[in-house]
Design a protein around this ligand. Structure first.
Ligand code: NOJ
Length: 541
């Protein structure tokens, strides 16, 4: 198996992980200092296998790194190339892979390429970006920017419009120009030569737009944002993307066992056939994110549907992956909020995430049950929130500093944190939860370590079921005759489950209600009652 199929991936939002120099912003040296927390080879650490770093390249930070002004370096706020090399080395020593964020749909408007491109119509870089004349004094077509406003901005100097899928400080590259591809592939090689292990590709289905720039049709009212009221058929998912991904795959494969995972914007949000299409015939992306859990409501049936739809869309040969939270969405513990039962729900979700067939992606802080918290308007940092509030509240709430202990700023920084800290940090921080019996941190840790040592959990096939009262999602994982069974009671009530006749559970490996270490013998009964939000993992031996 390739390492990335067996890996548990941990996403770090570098600004918010750990600040080593007191400037209030997390940095690479901070990540190095926390590598042992992530995996020191013992059960004292979480045990993750790979880190996906949100962008660390030089950037004017209009979109906090998703607007890159130099692809071959590190922003001074995070460190420098030698520090990055040390991070790679220290991570590799611990068996942790490093995945970089590749943001190549667009650059910063301050990237030298765009400055050049913008300087005149005859610039040799003019065609590296998307420039069009207006139509009857208006934008070239009706495309909108994902966060708000038009996707076209008029540049007074040359009288033409440039295209940006996101902020106007993020002009889109013109992927129809072969020079762009050549230059970007050169940059990818630069990082591969440095021994990075893979890439997460930002908005991978947006690179190509309709060659004729036709207008997107409008959609019957759906959502309050104008962007959601267009059917996005011409501003994304163009056939040319598949050829590009095939070339990228060849490049990655030529370096050995590298991994690519693409972020795919789904229109409408749950349509998993779209990310599935970017796996190609095992010759495009290694994986594309399925964000269906981010959009689905709590419930056994809803969650079963996400798993089944994804398996069906991928077929037997493409490898699934699952995500509950990331830096763009309300954290799942807050989405699935259930008052005093929120932690129980979060544990259930964790058991599911880490026992499904497919690579699990964990977002920093989810292992301690950190919530998304409203950030006061005066403290907002995300321009999306600042500019488009209240249509878009921004994403600061899910990017708060990681609380390490109960000292000042949750131990994140000695300076002034760039975003307000998590208000519950005194009761919910790494140090405390690592020492507390039955904490959510220990729950994550235990399942991760169990998964690492279990071929059936990593690679076994899966069959999903639902209880007659629709409260319990349960599934079987099987590999070479070994069986594991997972039962998840999504309801706040006791629910009864009948174990299928050919299932032979013998032992409880994990249980979020009882202390499973003291309670390993499973009663032979074929019917049992699950307590509210109970989540258990059983094995047949
Ligand atoms: C998707 C990223 O996840 C998001 O944070 C960013 O703002 C946009 N792409 C634009 O790069």
């Amino acid at each position: 198996m390739s390492w990335w199929k067996d890996a548990v991936v941990y996403q770090i939002y570098p600004r918010s992980f750990y600040d080593s120099n007191g400037d209030g912003i997390g940095d690479l040296e901070g990540i190095i200092q926390k590598l042992d927390y992530l995996n020191d080879g013992t059960k004292n650490s979480l045990g993750i296998d790979a880190i996906w770093l949100s962008p660390i390249y030089p950037s004017p930070m209009y979109d906090f790194g998703y607007d890159i002004s130099d692809y071959n370096s590190i922003d001074s706020v995070f460190g420098d190339i030698p520090t990055f090399k040390r991070l790679l080395e220290e991570a590799h020593k611990r068996g942790i892979k490093i995945i970089l964020d590749l943001v190549i749909n667009h650059t910063s408007h301050l990237h030298p390429w765009f400055l050049d491109s913008r300087s005149s119509k005859s610039s040799p870089k003019r065609d590296w970006y998307i420039w069009r004349d207006g139509k009857e004094g208006k934008e070239p077509n009706n495309f909108l920017a994902a966060f708000g406003g038009k996707a076209w901005t008029l540049d007074e100097k040359t009288g033409q419009y440039y295209y940006h899928s996101f902020l106007d400080e993020q002009p889109d590259l013109n992927w129809r120009n072969p020079e762009v591809k050549e230059e970007i592939f050169k940059m990818i090689k630069y990082w591969l030569d440095m021994k990075v292990d893979g890439f997460r590709l930002d908005v991978v289905n947006l690179f190509y737009k309709d060659a004729e720039w036709r207008d997107n049709p409008s959609r019957m009212f759906k959502g309050i944002r104008p962007y959601d009221r267009q059917v996005h058929i011409y501003d994304r998912d163009q056939p040319e993307m598949h050829d590009l991904l095939k070339d990228l795959r060849k490049l990655l494969d030529s370096y050995g066992d590298k991994m690519s995972v693409g972020e795919v914007m789904m229109d409408p949000p749950g349509k998993v056939s779209i990310p599935a299409s970017y796996y190609g015939q095992n010759d495009e992306l290694h994986m594309a994110f399925n964000f269906a859990f981010l959009y689905s409501f709590w419930g056994a049936e809803n969650f079963k549907k996400v798993i089944d739809d994804w398996q069906d869309a991928l077929g037997p040969n493409n490898w699934p992956n699952y995500t509950l939270s990331n830096h763009d969405f309300r954290r799942h513990i807050s989405r699935y909020y259930a008052g005093k039962n929120s932690i129980a729900r979060a544990k259930l979700a964790a058991l599911m995430l880490l026992t499904l067939r497919g690579t699990p992606f964990i977002y920093y802080g989810e292992e301690i049950g950190m919530e998304s918290e409203r950030v006061a308007r005066m403290d907002l940092r995300d321009p999306v929130g600042i500019r488009y509030w209240p249509l878009h509240p921004g994403r600061d709430s899910e990017r708060k500093p990681m609380p390490w202990d109960d000292s000042y700023s949750g131990g994140f920084t000695k300076g002034k944190p760039w975003l307000p800290v998590y208000t519950k940090y005194e009761k919910r921080n790494v140090q405390l939860l690592k020492s507390q019996e039955n904490s959510i941190w220990k729950f994550y840790r235990d399942i991760i370590h169990l998964r690492k040592s279990s071929q059936v959990l990593k690679e076994g096939n899966i069959e999903t079921f639902i209880s007659p009262d629709k409260n319990i999602l349960y599934y079987k994982r099987e590999l070479g005759g070994v069986q594991n069974y997972i039962f998840l009671n999504f309801s706040a009530e006791n629910s009864i489950i009948n174990i299928p006749p050919n299932w032979l559970p013998k032992k409880i490996l994990i249980d979020n209600v009882f202390n499973y270490e003291k309670d390993t013998a499973f009663q032979e009964s074929k019917i049992f009652t699950m307590l509210p939000y109970q989540a258990i993992l059983l094995s047949d031996r």
